[in-house]
Design a protein around this ligand. Structure first.
Ligand SMILES: [Fe+2]
Length: 247
């Protein structure tokens, strides 16, 4: 684009106007950098590594966790993003436990039966499960995190794909793509997104506070709740493996 070069849809250079020399030979040896692309159940996965992990292994237990859910039946609605002043791992740890819900998310807490709330770690994933207290909850559903930085939050009539994107040691971006079964159900869909924004803001506030505490210089490590924080323990074990050079 910069100099008017034209590429095929497969990334090979087709034209390099006014480059000089043998344009045909240049095109024969030039292409965009290849990336690995795989699709599963309507989702597209891109890996920038030249030696990507085996796709099935990277998906881990995601297929089992989402068994019976018609993902391609969701239609794209909109995107939203949020900038956070915290490390991405601070946010993921928060995502991976429901222990904070009664304190941090009062409205969500009214809908969920916290006595049944569980986060179940599996291969490369952790799945949130909870019964609801109301018949028609906005928030009831299946929420699944996929190592290292993605989550699929599936509700009654909608879904959001959440990406946790590190932008610095103490900053990150949260990107949401919202999907719904029925794009014409505007009021329902608006309510779902509005609720999502409220919960996200509550999580942003607590994660930024946690980050301030981490920075205070006193905190070393805490204890994890055996009842609620198995997902956090699993995430920390995966991070530890990476830091120790495990493949
Ligand atoms: Fe939360």
């Amino acid at each position: 684009m910069y100099h008017g070069w034209v590429y095929d849809t497969d990334g090979h250079l087709r034209r390099a106007p006014d480059f000089g020399g043998d344009e045909k030979a240049l095109c024969a040896k030039t292409s965009l950098f290849p990336v690995q692309v795989k699709t599963w159940n309507g989702l597209i996965f891109i890996c920038m590594s030249e030696s990507p992990p085996a796709f099935e292994a990277a998906l881990g237990d995601l297929p089992q966790a989402l068994d019976g859910i018609d993902l391609p039946g969701f239609k794209f609605h909109s995107m939203a993003s949020h900038e956070l002043n915290c490390n991405w791992k601070t946010y993921v740890e928060n995502y991976l436990e429901g222990y904070h819900i009664p304190v941090v998310h009062p409205e969500l807490n009214k809908e969920l039966d916290m006595a049944t709330y569980q986060v179940q770690p599996g291969k490369q994933i952790a799945r949130h499960i909870s019964s609801t207290r109301t018949d028609n909850p906005v928030n009831g559903g299946v929420w699944v995190w996929l190592w290292p930085h993605a989550a699929l939050n599936i509700y009654r009539n909608g879904m959001n794909l959440e990406l946790v994107i590190p932008t610095g040691p103490e900053t990150m971006k949260l990107s949401y793509a919202y999907f719904f079964r029925d794009l014409d159900a505007a009021e329902d869909n608006r309510r779902t997104i509005e609720t999502s924004f409220t919960i996200t803001q509550e999580d942003i506030d607590i994660c930024e506070l946690v980050q301030k505490n981490l920075k205070a210089g006193i905190y070393d490590r805490g204890v994890l709740s055996p009842r609620h924080e198995g997902g956090v323990a699993y995430f920390q074990a995966l991070i530890s493996n990476i830091l120790q050079g495990a493949p």
